[in-house]
Design a protein around this ligand. Structure first.
Ligand code: BV8
Length: 238
């Protein structure tokens, strides 16, 4: 039996499915991945920009990076991989989509039960007073200030060194501990605690199906590892 057929059988029998996605599922929509060949931006590493320290040191630079990404994302469309996950959600009793991506493409594709464990790039928020707004603003001429308290506003994403949103994270862990199949699509599984969900699923007895263009640390340990593009393999899986 081919790995694809095996993965199909696992999914066909499952009523409780959890899905973990990473930057790889948005790559075919034209959004650079974090650790891919074309990197993310100029000669900066995400770990250098996506931190509270970087924002405190140079908020203008950090905002330039997020505006560059917002512009890319605004011009992007969900791809066949995102749409295939919507089809899965419509066919199983319980489907929880947990995404590390902040691009909002799962929402635009039509997924509904989404846990954004690393936040949302379209959220602009104040870390002093809690003010937040969803805006489609792509270009700020200067660092936006909070209309309520005057402090600098920041992108509503989770930076390195920051805790994940507690309720969302707890719900994601619960869904993974309870699922029969965890589908892992387009993540290098190098960022924690998100990557820990894979071990949580297999420890709980779930089957794990990985879809990735390359081998990852988990490729040997998962139940089925499919080598290829999300936009190609996910529709075939469905
Ligand atoms: C925290 C939002 C503690 C911002 C991001 C152990 C336990 C806990 C923490 C740590 C730990 N070890 C280290 C840490 C610290 C750190 C961490 O994990 N560092 C890494 C670098 C080692 N973790 C944290 O800081 C986390 N916070 O732990 O807080 C705490 C607790 C209490 C109180 C205070 C503090 C916060 C992590 C969240 C960081 N924010 N994003 C933004 O986006 O701007 S992470 C960032 O990386 C993105 O969210 C991204 O999604 C994520 C993971 O990367 P991937 O999605 O996997 O993308 P990547 O490019 O790596 O891989 C793409 C994959 O797709 C590749 O495998 C490629 O082969 C594949 N691919 C590409 N194209 C395709 C494809 N596959 C198929 N088809 C294709 N077409």
């Amino acid at each position: 039996m081919s790995p694809l057929t095996r993965a199909r059988h696992l999914l066909a029998r499952a009523q409780r499915v959890a899905i973990l996605t990473g930057a790889g599922i948005s790559a075919e929509s034209g959004i650079p991945t974090f650790r891919g060949p074309n990197g993310l931006w100029r000669d900066y590493r995400p770990e250098d920009l996506a931190t509270p320290e970087a924002f405190a040191r140079d908020p203008q630079l950090v905002w330039e990076w997020y505006m560059w990404r917002r512009a890319l994302i605004a011009a992007a469309e969900p791809n066949a991989g995102h749409l295939a996950l919507v089809a899965i959600e419509q066919r199983v009793t319980t489907c929880t989509l947990i995404t590390q991506n902040v691009d909002g493409l799962h929402d635009r594709a039509g997924s509904t039960h989404i846990h954004k464990i690393h936040g949302d790039i379209w959220l602009t928020r104040c870390q002093e007073c809690g003010y937040q707004r969803h805006d489609r603003t792509v270009v700020f001429t200067e660092v936006p200030l909070c209309p309520d308290c005057g402090a600098r506003l920041r992108p509503g994403v989770v930076w390195f060194g920051e805790p994940l949103p507690r309720l969302v994270w707890e719900d994601a862990q619960r869904a993974v501990a309870d699922c029969q199949v965890l589908l892992i699509a387009g993540t290098s599984a190098q960022v924690f605690p998100a990557a820990g969900l894979i071990g949580l699923a297999s420890d709980a007895g779930a089957a794990t199906v990985e879809i990735n263009r390359e081998d990852t640390f988990h490729s040997v340990g998962v139940t089925v590892s499919l080598r290829g593009l999300c936009g190609d393999l996910l529709p075939k899986l469905v």
